[in-house]
Write a protein that binds this ligand. Structure first.
Ligand SMILES: NC(=O)c1ccc[n+]([C@@H]2O[C@H](COP(=O)([O-])OP(=O)(O)OC[C@H]3O[C@@H](n4cnc5c(N)ncnc54)[C@H](OP(=O)(O)O)[C@@H]3O)[C@@H](O)[C@H]2O)c1
Length: 265
C-alpha cells in the first residue's frame, strides 16, 4: 500500500526508546523528515543515526516535555528547521504502578503532566502552523488502561483516559481545518519495564525469563504473546497517511486482544 508520506515532517516525542523509536524509524522508512525529542542526548543521537541510515533527514532536540517552555521551544525549533509540521506524535509517557493511597501529590502532577498535559501543550503549539497549512495529523499514544483501567496504576489510568477524551474533543473542534486527531492505545508491548516485571515474576515463580514471559503472556494476553513496538508504529504511520483520511477522533487498541469485551466461553 502506498502511503504517500514522503517528505512529510513528523515530530515524535519520546523518540529515543521503545515505541517512540519504532515510530520514528517507521516514518524514516516512508521517507519522512523527522524532528525527534526526548530527554537523553545519547539515545536520541543513536535513533537519529538509525533514521538517517534509512535515508531520512532527521534532527533531534533534547527536551523534557513536562516542562512547558521546553515543549514550546521544541515545536518552534522543529518548524524553524523544516518549515512546517505535518504530523505530531505525542508518544512520551509512562505508567505509575501505585495504588491510590500511595500516590503523592507531586506524582499525580508529574503523571498527568507527562501523559496528558504535554500532549495538550504540543498540540496547541503546532495548531497555528497546521491551520495555515490547511491540514495535519496529531496522533496521541494513550493506553488500553485509559479505556479499561489497569488495577494498581490509578494515576496513569486517569491521565491516559484524559488523553483519549482530549483526542475526541480536539478532533471534533479542528476537523473543519482538515486536521485529524487520533489516539493509539497499546498494552503489553515489550519494553524495559516489562523486562523488569518478567524478572520479578520469574523470581517469584522460580522460572527463567523466557518461560516467565511465555507463562505471563499465555495467562494475560489473548494472542498469547507480547507486542512489538513496530506493531504500534505501523498503526501510527497508517493513521498519519491519507489512507486513513476518513478516521478522526478514534482510539485504536493495539493490545493483543486484552481489551476484549467478549467473556470467556
Ligand atoms: N509498552 C506498553 O505496553 C505500553 C502500554 C500502554 C501505553 N504505552 C504508552 O506508549 C508510549 C511509549 O511507551 P514505551 O513502552 O515505548 O516506553 P519506554 O520504552 O519507557 O519509552 C518512553 C520514551 O519516552 C521518553 N520520555 C519519558 N519521559 C519523558 C519526558 N519527560 N520528556 C520527553 N521524553 C520522555 C523516554 O526517553 P528519555 O528517557 O530519553 O526521555 C523514552 O524514549 C508511552 O506513552 C506509554 O505510556 C505503552
Amino acid at each position: 500500500m502506498k502511503l504517500g508520506l514522503r517528505g512529510k515532517v513528523v515530530l515524535v516525542t519520546g523518540a529515543s526508546h521503545g515505541i517512540g523509536r519504532a515510530i520514528s524509524l517507521a516514518f524514516a522508512e516512508e521517507g519522512c523528515r523527522l524532528a525527534l525529542a526526548s530527554r537523553t542526548q545519547e539515545a536520541l543521537a543513536a535513533v537519529t543515526k538509525e533514521a538517517e541510515a534509512l535515508g531520512a533527514d532527521a534532527c533531534h532536540w533534547v527536551t523534557d516535555v513536562t516542562d512547558p517552555d521546553q515543549a514550546e521551544a521544541l515545536a518552534e525549533a522543529s518548524s524553524r528547521e523544516w518549515g512546517r509540521i505535518d504530523v505530531l506524535v505525542n508518544n512520551a509517557g509512562g505508567g505509575l504502578a501505585k495504588p491510590f493511597e500511595a500516590v503523592r501529590n507531586e506524582e499525580w502532577e508529574h503523571t498527568v503532566n507527562l501523559n496528558f498535559l504535554s500532549a495538550v501543550r504540543l498540540s496547541r503549539a503546532v495548531l497555528p502552523m497546521m491551520k495555515e497549512q490547511k491540514g495535519g495529523q496529531i496522533i496521541n499514544i494513550a493506553a488500553l488502561s485509559g479505556r479499561v483501567p489497569r488495577f494498581g496504576q490509578i494515576a496513569s489510568n486517569a491521565a491516559k483516559a484524559a488523553l483519549i477524551n482530549f483526542t475526541e474533543s480536539l478532533a471534533a473542534e479542528i476537523a473543519p481545518y482538515g486536521i485529524r486527531v487520533n489516539a493509539v492505545c497499546p498494552a503489553a508491548v515489550f519494553n524495559d519495564r516489562w523486562q523488569e516485571r518478567l524478572l520479578r515474576y520469574g523470581k517469584e515463580h522460580g522460572l527463567p525469563p523466557e518461560q516467565a514471559m511465555a507463562e505471563l503472556a499465555a495467562k494475560r494476553i489473548p494472542l498469547g504473546r507480547f507486542g512489538r513496538p513496530e506493531e504500534v508504529a505501523s498503526v501510527v504511520v497508517f493513521l498519519a497517511s491519507e489512507r486513513a483520511g476518513f478516521i478522526t477522533g478514534a482510539s485504536i487498541l493495539v493490545d493483543g486482544g486484552m481489551g476484549r469485551t467478549v467473556s470467556a466461553p
